[in-house]
Design a protein around this ligand. Structure first.
Ligand SMILES: [Cu+2]
Length: 391
């Protein structure tokens, strides 16, 4: 993403007027200058004029849409015969309230309700019609920590979708946000050109695919910078069961992802994403939520846990403290099966970014069995919970 030209040189004392034209075919942009002057956000094809006034010292500008400055949308005004006196203004950051590092999490509210982790039941429908509306809205991501997330239908992760091999998904994507967004379903194989295209605010598209293979597939926004769009909430899971999947007593879904906190109530900090410094690593969109509200199970039940690593960057190593997996399945194949007569066991399910699978286990006695990403710093960042096992 670039401004053309990306710099101009003018004699000191010039009154500078900038005509900005957005020639991008899908994304909104603007130009703001150090000091705060700027254009409105321009839709594709729109233009605006910015009167920068009389310039006497070098001036920096950039696009204020999240991530665009980091992707190269910077603009510099060089000044010839620049007065020696006042230093050039310091470019302002996208995050005027500063970076939110080490922000302490609050306490869980007594009436806090965790996101339901139970796998939605498999219906009879073989054609799944669904509208996913992109909304940019404030959400709590840990006790007392609120961010403006970009969501599919108001939650991050978006809805958990569940079907069988051969099912058809007809998804209508509606962009009710303020910048361009898109969607990419790993569960379907097709040419990305049309269905995965970025659509401007107010637009919609229909994305139809057949799920021909089993998996816990990621879906996500693929608008650049993708790392920021995923980190700011635009991801979800679509589960296509293997045809021979045995029934179990309970099925849960855990989607791991990272938050790179911007200002309080603000959007993702793109610099932290680039530096791979997440503040929170979470299951189902909220730090520690199943530590505060454990997931129930009973002694002897077979429990299946579907896990997706939505990233955008970090792997997971899913582990249940005090538990052993007798069955693990990842990326389309069993790694271990309980019904093959072997004695092998598994301690973690390792998943790189965008990989998924499931584990099965039975709890031998009543108690509290923590589950974590055994990438321990991530467990400490919020990727942990508890199975509360009753007799
Ligand atoms: Cu997006």
């Amino acid at each position: 993403m670039r401004f053309f030209p990306s710099e101009v040189t003018v004699p000191a004392g010039t009154r500078l007027v900038i005509d900005l034209v957005n020639t991008d075919d899908s994304e909104v942009h603007d130009l703001v200058l150090a000091g705060g002057m700027g254009t409105a956000r321009l839709a594709p094809g729109e233009s605006a004029t910015l009167d920068a006034g009389v310039v006497t010292t070098e001036l920096d500008g950039w696009c204020s849409v999240v991530g665009h400055r980091q992707m190269g949308m910077v603009f510099t005004v060089h000044v010839e015969g620049e007065a020696a006196a006042p230093a050039a203004p310091t470019p302002e950051d996208n995050h005027p309230a500063g970076h939110a590092t080490d922000r302490p999490m609050g306490e869980f509210d007594p009436d806090f309700v965790a996101r339901d982790a139970v796998l939605p039941a498999l219906g009879e429908d073989t054609v799944h019609e669904l509208t996913l509306t992109v909304r940019e809205q404030q959400q709590e991501v840990a006790p007392g920590i609120v961010q403006t997330l970009w969501t599919y239908n108001g939650t991050a992760p978006g809805p958990i979708l569940h079907g069988r091999v051969g099912d058809v998904f007809e998804i209508t994507l509606v962009n009710d946000g303020t910048i361009g967004h898109s969607i990419d379903f790993h569960a379907g194989a097709l040419a990305p050109d049309r269905p995965m295209r970025t659509i401007a605010p107010g637009e919609s598209l229909v994305y139809r695919f057949t799920a021909t293979r089993a998996g816990i597939w990621m879906y996500h926004c693929s608008t650049m910078p993708m790392s920021a769009h995923i980190a700011n909430g635009m991801f979800g899971a679509l589960i296509i069961e293997p045809p021979d999947l045995p029934p179990v007593d309970r099925s849960y879904v855990l989607v791991q992802s990272e938050f790179y906190l911007g200002a309080d109530g603000g959007e993702v900090d793109v610099d932290k994403v680039a530096a791979e410094r997440p503040d929170l690593v979470v299951f189902n969109g909220y730090a520690d939520q199943y530590d505060a509200r454990p997931l129930p199970a009973r002694v002897g039940e077979r429990v299946r846990v579907w896990v997706l690593d939505a990233g955008p960057n970090r792997p997971t190593s899913f582990h249940v403290v005090g538990g052993q997996f007798d069955t693990t399945w990842a990326e389309g194949a069993y790694l271990l099966r309980s019904d093959d007569g072997g004695t092998g066991g598994s301690q973690t399910l390792a998943l790189a970014a965008a990989q998924g699978g499931f584990v099965e286990l039975a709890f031998p006695e009543a108690g509290h069995y923590p589950f974590v990403s055994h990438v321990m710093v991530d467990a400490e960042r919020g990727a942990r919970g508890v199975f509360e096992v009753s007799p």
